[in-house]
Design a protein around this ligand. Structure first.
Ligand SMILES: *Cc1c(COP(=O)(O)O)cnc(C)c1O
Length: 359
């Protein structure tokens, strides 16, 4: 097997050492005689894995005591519906900021449960920037303010936490959780699917402030009632056990790599180098306002789209995979999550320069 670099947006690249560790432990987890795949979630061993998972996430993100951490199923997409069902607290309205495809989906689903006030939108500029915060319209009667910290498809990322003017702030961090230091205490709720920056598909992390618990509507399924899941440590029913274990291994890897502080510096360096290469070229371009560019997902287009197929083919023969942009925006996209080594970004830049030179 040859080494390749995988720039997929999700599911996405794992640290190689985590895959090796999982392989090594597959048949026998730490002398238990059991594979994690076989373990009862209520047996002797799995609760150890579960507790370590929460402890490590709390320490990596500095999650305050008055927040619950849940590990649910259904993906971030399920939360688009379960956030209003849990957080409306008898109110009729919620505020949403639209900065790309994912926040757009969150709005559509929330509209089934409440009036959605679109506080700001960059739709009319094809989601290439974040609307100036001073123009946002917030309603003090709303239940919360929702936004997407990193738009995975459009490559737009908030560089600071917006002022929610007293509303509980709710953030979809699916594609940049653990990539930069975040002050959790500024949020009412943070959620993220794990398949971008935390491991495999199949787990959705929900970090929720305790005072927001206990308001789920009567029709909310118990497995998606935050209060119920908090009470049972996310084990109201069978959790995605092996996926929890894999997320746990990724968190251990991140701790050993120096934690979120350290990885943030590396993410900054990786993305800066790639954007510089794009900006200095005449073949490649990125449409996003410089201050709002994502450190995780870097979309770019070729000046002549007739070269797209050839670019992708040549990239693959150089060991660079999954660079095709999302079907809704076209072009290319390099997702460079925590687990993408600096050598992968360097290999991509070298390839892009060579392709430009020869075309
Ligand atoms: C991938 C992604 C989602 C959807 O995740 P699913 O697990 O497929 O439901 C939602 N929001 C953002 C920002 C994403 O990147």
């Amino acid at each position: 097997m040859s080494d390749i670099y995988n720039f997929s947006a999700g599911p996405s690249v794992f640290p190689k050492s985590v895959l090796l560790k999982a392989q090594q432990e597959l048949l026998d987890w730490q002398g238990s005689g059991q594979s994690v795949l076989e373990m009862s979630h209520r047996g002797n061993f799995f609760p150890i894995i579960a507790e370590q998972l929460e402890t490590d996430l709390r320490s990596l993100m500095g999650i305050p005591e008055n927040y619950k951490v849940l590990f649910l199923q259904g993906g971030a997409s399920a939360q688009f519906s379960f956030i209003p069902q849990n957080l409306l607290r008898g109110k009729a309205k919620a505020c949403y900021v639209k900065t790309g495809a994912w926040s757009e989906k969150a709005v559509l689903d929330a509209q089934n449960y409440c009036d959605v006030l679109v506080s700001a939108s960059s739709e009319n500029t094809a989601y290439t920037s974040i609307p100036e915060e001073s123009t946002w319209i917030l309603d003090a009667q709303a239940a919360y303010l929702h936004y997407t910290t990193n738009e995975t498809i459009h490559g737009v990322e908030f560089s600071k936490i917006p002022d929610a003017n007293g509303l509980p702030l709710v953030a979809d961090m699916s594609s940049n959780i653990l990539s930069r230091v975040v002050d959790v205490s500024q949020y009412g709720l943070i959620y993220a699917g794990t398949q971008k920056n935390m491991g495999p598909a199949g787990v959705t992390v929900v970090i929720v402030r305790e005072d927001l618990l206990g308001y789920a509507s009567k029709t909310t399924p118990p497995v998606f009632d935050y209060q119920e899941q908090a009470k049972s440590h996310s084990m109201l029913n069978t959790p995605a056990t092996y996926n929890w274990y894999l997320v746990g291994l990724v968190l251990k890897w991140l701790k050993e790599a120096g934690g979120v502080d350290a990885i943030e510096q590396i993410n900054k360096a990786k993305s800066t180098q790639l954007y510089q290469a794009i900006d200095q070229s005449t073949l490649y371009s990125n449409p996003v306002a410089i201050s709002d560019r994502s450190r995780m997902n870097v979309p770019f287009i070729l000046a002549d789209s007739a070269l797209d197929q050839e670019f992708l083919k040549a990239a693959e023969s150089n060991g660079l995979f999954e660079l095709r942009g999302h079907r809704s925006v076209g072009g290319m996209r390099a997702s460079i999550y925590n687990a993408m080594p600096e050598s992968g970004v360097k290999a991509l830049i070298d390839f892009m320069l060579e392709f430009e030179r020869t075309h």
